[in-house]
Design a protein around this ligand. Structure first.
Ligand code: GLU
Length: 317
């Protein structure tokens, strides 16, 4: 199927060097785009203040090019277009869906009782959602800048995922009213993604399944902002370590840059990733063209990929 009108994007966060986990997701996004004729864009998601590492953007773009990934046009860098996000917040405040919040993390934890499992650790108990219009006005204009939260709907939000199938999320139970602007004056991830995807005409999103619940938040936001239809979503299982936890530093140095410096050629890296994607039946070197020709989403394993010593040894061979 060739649909030249579709647009997708790679949206790395320069919080450190690329490791094998995000690389596999990026590769699948690339292969799907190539096979289906989607336009590929690049967006650098660098609003997550302290976690952003200097120089990481250049390094990660270099790593991706080295592997053979490509995109059209210049990368969009979120920190360089901060004016883009304010109007969305204003409209949501205007419609009554967004409200200022002065709660500290500690306030929220205390009000919510024991922390819940999950990415956000706690469900926002709605403390600031019930303020009077006068209080809201005072808070919005106060010297101590508030954060801004978005009210979530009572009814479940459905995510129709092209890989995982149909999933429903009741946002009152997964996160509660969530932050769309932080008290440092920067847009939060959820709002930034929606604004940027809409501005670029992105209608296909391929990313890790740790963001599946975020898709429900983003669908809710998009509806409030009058953005329809929803993008096609493909959330892919993550790469984990032998302990079943998401691949990270604790599993050793699995950064692409490290293997690259140790002499691993791109074909070897692609071979491992291709094997993990169900394209190759064993670890062996492969060219990007072969992966582009043979990739089949139906053969992508449904379960998480476990990174083990054989994988590390193959890349160091
Ligand atoms: N920047 C996010 C990440 O690196 C991806 C966001 C997205 O694809 O929506 O996990």
């Amino acid at each position: 199927m060739n649909c030249p009108s579709h647009v997708t994007r790679l949206a790395p966060s320069p919080t450190g060097a690329l490791h094998l986990g995000n690389l596999r997701t990026f590769l699948v996004n690339h292969l799907m785009a190539r096979q289906r004729g989607w336009r590929m864009l690049m967006r650098i998601e660098d609003l997550d203040g302290p976690r952003i590492k200097p120089g990481a953007t250049e390094n990660l773009l270099d790593d991706l090019r080295w592997l053979g990934l490509s995109w059209q046009g210049e990368p969009v860098v979120q920190s360089q277009q901060l004016d883009a996000y304010g109007p969305a917040l204003e409209a949501l405040v205007e419609s009554g869906w967004a409200y200022p919040c002065s709660c500290s993390r500690r306030d929220i934890e205390q009000a919510a009782g024991a922390p819940q499992q999950g990415d956000d650790a706690t469900i926002y108990p709605g403390t600031c959602a019930r303020r009077s219009p006068e209080e809201v006005q005072a808070l919005a204009g106060s010297e101590n800048r508030p954060a801004w939260r978005l009210r979530v709907p009572d009814e479940p939000v459905t995510v129709d995922d092209g890989f995982l199938g149909r999933r429903q999320f009741c946002l009152t139970r997964t996160c509660g009213d969530f932050v769309i602007y932080r008290n440092n004056g920067l847009p939060a991830y959820q709002l930034a993604v929606v604004v940027d995807d809409a501005a670029a005409g992105v209608d296909v999103v391929v990313r890790g399944d740790d963001l599946l619940e975020s898709a429900a938040r983003q669908i809710h936001l998009r509806r409030l902002m009058g953005l329809r239809p929803e993008p096609a979503y493909y959330h892919l299982p993550l790469v984990v370590g032998p302990d079943g936890r998401r691949l990270a530093k604790r599993h050793g140095d699995t950064r692409l840059a490290t293997y690259r410096q140790a002499g691993c050629p791109p074909q070897r890296m692609l071979g491992l990733l291709g094997y993990w994607c169900g394209i190759l039946d064993r670890r062996r070197e492969a060219e990007m063209e072969e992966l582009e020709q043979r990739f089949d989403l139906d053969r992508l394993p449904q379960e998480q990929v476990v990174f083990g010593p054989e994988d590390d040894a193959f890349l160091h061979a």
